[in-house]
Design a protein around this ligand. Structure first.
Ligand SMILES: NC(=O)c1ccc[n+]([C@@H]2O[C@H](COP(=O)([O-])OP(=O)(O)OC[C@H]3O[C@@H](n4cnc5c(N)ncnc54)[C@H](OP(=O)(O)O)[C@@H]3O)[C@@H](O)[C@H]2O)c1
Length: 268
């Protein structure tokens, strides 16, 4: 199937590693013009040169000025407005996994809101008006399974992702008949470099592949393995991001696409 992404101008935040990097690779394979983003220029440029990207855009998304500079660098590299915006940058900014909602500091709540919600909001504010003018745009915001199924701890991260879901659905509903869609993409547990390093260390073998570590996690029940019987791989998410970004997906908006192997016990 031809997803009609050839030549489309794409910014993927947080694409110097992990899920975002896999997305950058797949969009490039589909012929899109991709801008790779991260805070570390060297890492972003390494990915960009491997996939023959249009360029890189470097910086934090934690203030209006820094985000405007990332946006401007992306538009300059693309030679036109951003048509497809994948807000993927983020993560558990304060690293809280076992603190209860009232034990977590206000600073950690604010840091996670910055990292997981406001960066995406800022980039949407900068990009959507041009998409509306062009009568085409695709926004895909990367959330987390804990946004819809909180695990009661680490609320600073999960609540920020829930806010991102709410923002996305509201944005979708506000964009009426203008050719611009906004959707949420929700990963379960995905085998990125950080998890690979953790597994290699835990199992005492620095040469284990992603698949081998994932299998050991499953067999030793390090994580609850979802119904499909394995953890996710970054490309599992990339495939759905390309689908949602396609001009063919114009009837999908305000939706939450879970890519979690069946991890979330819910109806959406
Ligand atoms: N992996 C999972 O199991 C999982 C599960 C649920 C949700 N997610 C979500 O998926 C997204 C990608 O996660 P990942 O696991 O692929 O992470 P990752 O491998 O650590 O990659 C994160 C990317 O985002 C950039 N980044 C991180 N924080 C940033 C910030 N504050 N400002 C600007 N750029 C930032 C990083 O680049 P630099 O370090 O160079 O800045 C890197 O390119 C995140 O939103 C995360 O919350 C992941």
């Amino acid at each position: 199937m031809n997803l009609q992404l050839k030549g489309r101008r794409v910014l993927i935040t947080g694409s110097s590693s992990g899920i975002g990097e896999a997305m950058a690779r797949m969009f490039a394979e589909e012929g899109a013009a991709v801008v790779v983003h991260g805070r570390n220029r060297e890492r972003a440029e390494a990915v960009a040169s491997e996939i023959n990207a249009a360029g890189v855009a470097i910086g934090e998304l934690s203030t209006d000025d820094l985000t405007a500079s990332v946006h401007a660098e992306a538009v300059a590299a693309l030679g036109g407005n951003i048509e497809i915006l994948i807000n993927n940058a983020g993560g558990n900014a304060a690293g809280n996994t076992s603190k209860s909602p009232i034990e977590i500091s206000i600073e950690d709540y604010v840091a996670n809101y910055q990292a997981n919600a406001l960066g995406a909001v800022r980039l949407c504010k900068l990009s959507v008006p041009d998409m509306v003018t062009a009568k085409f745009g695709r926004i895909v915001n990367v959330s987390s399974a804990v946004a819809v199924q909180p695990n009661y701890m680490g609320t600073d991260y999960s609540a920020a992702k829930s806010a991102l879901n709410n923002f996305t659905v509201s944005l979708a509903g506000s964009l009426r008949g203008v050719g611009v869609t906004a959707n949420v993409l929700t990963p379960g547990i995905i085998m990125v470099d950080g998890l690979l390093r953790f597994g290699r260390q835990k199992f005492g073998n620095p040469d284990m592949s992603f698949e081998e570590v994932s299998d050991r996690f499953a067999s030793e029940k390090v994580f609850e393995i979802p119904p499909v019987g394995r953890l996710g791989m970054p490309r599992d998410l990339a495939m759905v991001a390309c689908m949602l970004a396609s001009p063919l997906s114009g009837f999908i908006t305000g939706a939450n696409y879970r890519v979690d192997g069946g991890q979330v016990r819910g109806l959406n």
